[in-house]
Design a protein around this ligand. Structure first.
Ligand SMILES: [Zn+2]
Ligand SMILES: [Zn+2]
Length: 369
């Protein structure tokens, strides 16, 4: 049996992180995360991105110069239509439980958004008045604290607990496209959780031992709710609106998972990776959370490269690594200056990079002055 190459350890600076426990040569596959736990492909790209392997039609046809959409389609009665690059992808998707259930749920959410839009259209909207989902209107001038956020969530949960108030609130809301995309991403995670629980019930019935629960791992991912809302106060209202919309629109069998929505939203930013059209990163087609992928800390001189192959996120050493070395990927474009890199990391991942490269560039700066 081969020795394991990597180990997950807790660090004082970056939560859990992956370390090499033996020397690893360059170009070795060290981890593969098979499928995103939560994901969404943007509405505008749905005909152009294979629902199974995320292949982008326009990159496949780039050489012949005519952007196009995929033509193989699955349209089950209750589902949103989805498209595939090949018959194999269609068969793989249709034979699974998760993909079709996500498409069913997405169809419901799309219908619910359209229904509210029709109602709202005839009404004169006053965008200056605070969204009634907030307890006391905007708090933009204050430094937002965890108490503010908790209070806002309690208020929203209270509203959602009354079907009449929830329905009246949702029928007057005009859910924005990005809020719908976020709702779909959260719903995809809820579907996975639901399917896992159904399988667990089957396993318990046949008294087999259950496999490890990805949900526990999701909850162990870094929660960036406070940092995110402090930097972008509008995120709080958006998240509360997503919560109310999902409480109102999710099908009955997914309702028991409503209490997990806040946990998912708190972990979306900071753990999600963009789903790109390829290495050139010309277009971002959507985003996804691959649970194991979030264990990798960032470095501006990474020793691991991540590559998406279909739905799978693969991690390969980009140089040789010593025993005990931390294995890091880069979350950003490392060709930027230190100021740009740190800014981007602070904005999206809420930390100031202190990687070796940043430290040495900092020292060089200090020498110049
Ligand atoms: Zn495909
Ligand atoms: Zn750095």
């Amino acid at each position: 049996m081969t020795q394991p190459m990597i180990d997950l350890r807790t660090t004082p600076y970056g939560g859990r992180s992956i370390f090499a426990i033996q020397p690893i040569a360059q170009g070795i596959h060290i981890l593969a995360c098979e499928t995103p736990f939560a994901h969404v492909i943007y509405k505008d790209y749905r005909r152009e991105v294979c629902a199974q392997c995320f292949a982008y039609a326009a990159s496949a046809s780039r050489n012949i110069g005519d952007p196009r959409t995929w033509s193989i389609r699955s349209c089950r009665a209750a589902s949103e239509s989805v498209w595939f690059c090949t018959d194999e992808c269609k068969i793989a998707w249709e034979s699974g439980m998760i993909g079709p259930l996500i498409a069913d749920t997405n169809a419901l959410l799309a219908k619910a958004q359209i229904a509210t839009r029709k109602k709202v259209k005839g009404r004169r909207l006053c965008h200056d008045s605070p969204d009634p989902i907030l307890p006391n209107g905007p708090t933009a001038t204050l430094q937002i604290t965890q108490d503010h956020i908790d209070e806002a969530w309690t208020h929203a949960e209270d509203l959602a607990s009354s079907p009449a108030r929830l329905s009246s609130y949702c029928s007057a809301m005009d859910l924005e496209d990005m809020e719908l995309e976020t709702s779909r991403s959260v719903a995809s995670a809820i579907v996975q959780r639901y399917v896992f629980d159904c399988r667990l019930a089957d396993l318990a019935f046949s008294s087999k031992i259950a496999t490890s629960d990805p949900w526990t791992e999701v909850l162990r991912l870094q929660n960036s709710e406070l940092s995110n809302v402090r930097l972008r106060p509008y995120i709080l209202v958006a998240h509360l609106r997503v919560y109310a919309f999902l409480c109102h629109s999710l099908p009955q069998h997914l309702r028991p998972y409503v209490p997990t929505i806040r946990n998912l939203l708190a972990r979306d930013t900071g753990n999600a990776f963009g789903i790109w059209d390829g290495d050139s990163r010309d277009e971002m087609l959507g985003w996804g959370v691959w649970v194991g992928a979030s264990y990798f800390n960032h470095s501006c001189c990474p020793n691991v490269k991540k590559t998406r192959v279909g739905r799978t996120m693969q991690f390969t050493t980009s140089r040789s690594v010593e025993t005990g070395e931390e294995l890091c990927i880069s979350y950003i474009d490392i060709n930027q200056t230190i100021t740009q890199r740190r800014q981007e990391l602070e904005d999206s991942w809420f930390f100031t990079c202190q990687c070796q490269r940043c430290q040495s560039e900092d020292a060089d700066e200090a020498c110049l002055h």
